[in-house]
Design a binder for this molecule. Structure first.
Ligand SMILES: C[S@@+](CC[C@H](N)C(=O)[O-])C[C@H]1O[C@@H](n2cnc3c(N)ncnc32)[C@H](O)[C@@H]1O
Length: 202
């Protein structure tokens, strides 16, 4: 039987060849507070945001993804990038997260919210303490298309924003106190890449 995560397992080999993903992850991490007690990386994939977040000197990072193949690559890299084991890797769905209510200081979700939908935003609000920060990227409606092998993984009722204001509104409409968005762009292999990066406070 084919499961949702099989589609992502099939993409794991070669996933790290695309430099845009770590660039987005790194940009999001740079908006998060230093020295969080607990930081959560949602849909961590091969761990780009979790590894980038090590520079914040967190006490612990919980990194969650439902793709065993993506996580296998993350764990392989962790042997050199996280020798002291700050990151714990969890195979499972992004909703619900294996984190207690209000236990997290920061949540990061890079290049994955369009697969998770609005329930993920509510879940981040649940796990964050008041004043905690969520940083996430979201595709722009100008670039987004529901085509290819991942189409079925994208909830149809989730609004893909066309502007920074609409991107920030995804968070405030989910109950975050404040949110601001920037545009993250890169020219890679002759192609312009563009997403919105949102920083929201619980
Ligand atoms: C485009 S990758 C992004 C990975 C990583 N955050 C990064 O920045 O490179 C999307 C990831 O979302 C994961 N994913 C998609 N839907 C998920 C779900 N419902 N629960 C957990 N992980 C999910 C996939 O397995 C995949 O690793």
């Amino acid at each position: 039987m084919t499961t949702d995560s099989d589609v992502f397992d099939a993409l794991a080999d070669g996933y790290d060849d695309d430099p845009f993903h770590p660039l987005v992850a790194d940009t999001l991490v740079s908006t998060l507070p230093n020295a969080p007690a607990l930081l959560v990386d949602v849909a961590t994939g091969t761990g780009a945001a979790a590894f980038a977040a090590l520079r914040l000197k967190p006490a612990s990072i919980v990194a969650v993804d439902f793709s065993p193949a993506m996580l296998a690559l993350a764990r392989e890299k962790a042997a050199t990038l996280d020798p002291s084991g700050v990151i714990s890797w969890h195979e499972g769905r992004a909703v619900p997260l294996p984190v207690a209510d209000g236990a997290a200081d920061a949540v990061v979700c890079a290049s994955a919210l369009h697969f998770l939908g609005a329930t993920a935003l509510a879940e981040w609000r649940r796990v964050l303490r008041p004043g905690g920060v969520a940083a996430f990227s979201i595709s722009s409606a100008r670039r987004f298309s529901r085509t290819g092998s991942l189409t079925d993984q994208m909830p149809r009722d989730f609004r893909i924003p066309g502007t920074e204001k609409e991107a920030a509104a995804l968070a405030t409409e989910a109950g975050f106190t404040t949110a601001s968005a920037t545009t993250v762009t890169a020219h890679l292999a002759g192609r312009e890449r563009l997403v919105f990066g949102v920083r929201a406070v619980r």
